[in-house]
Design a binder for this molecule. Structure first.
Ligand code: SF4
Ligand code: SF4
Ligand code: SF4
Length: 156
């Protein structure tokens, strides 16, 4: 692993990417315009992306990134989406036809089931990224709000 520090004390290279990624919510939703949290962290580290492109991280996330990088706090860019309460997905199982499209869309393997079998979401693994909703031909996946534990996550 490449670890360097520049004159300001800010880590660089892989270590800076790791520190930025640790402040991101790991929802893996792609709203930042990158396919997942780690590529967004890399883009921030390389100066290609701004610190306000992650709606799931919210204002607290921007503040944490600004503190780490010595940058100005700014509001979430509305082009990336809006801050919403944290949700978890559930499948209305009697309506599921077992097509597996949701499994293919889930970036964190939170859905179990096989072809033509009822599918179930493991709530503890679901990040609420919503990526399984559009592909479902039965429209049988709901999003349920859960208590926002982002502060807990950021201070962990
Ligand atoms: S918007 Fe935030 S949570 Fe979603 S993939 Fe990008 S960095 Fe991760
Ligand atoms: S189950 Fe759906 S909402 Fe939950 S992480 Fe997977 S794709 Fe995202
Ligand atoms: S996409 Fe919808 S119908 Fe297909 S397996 Fe998933 S929940 Fe069931």
């Amino acid at each position: 692993m490449l670890i360097r520090n520049n004159k300001s004390g800010l880590a660089t290279g892989d270590e800076l990417v790791r520190q930025i990624d640790a402040l991101l919510p790991q929802t893996q939703c792609g709203q930042c315009n990158y396919p997942a949290c780690k590529p967004y962290a890399k883009a921030i580290a390389e100066g290609e992306a701004d610190i306000n492109q992650c709606p799931p991280g919210g204002d607290e996330g921007v503040k944490a990134l600004a503190e780490l990088l010595g940058r100005e706090v700014k509001p979430i860019n509305p082009e990336n989406g809006t801050i919403k309460s944290k949700v978890v997905a559930i499948i209305r199982e009697p309506e599921c036809i077992g097509c597996t499209k949701c499994i293919q869309a889930c970036p964190v393997d939170a859905i179990i089931g096989g072809p033509k079998l009822m599918h179930t979401i493991i709530a503890d693994l679901c990040t609420g990224c919503e990526l399984c909703i559009p592909p479902c031909p039965m429209d049988c996946i709901d999003l349920i709000p859960i208590e926002d534990n982002r502060q807990e996550f950021l201070s962990a």
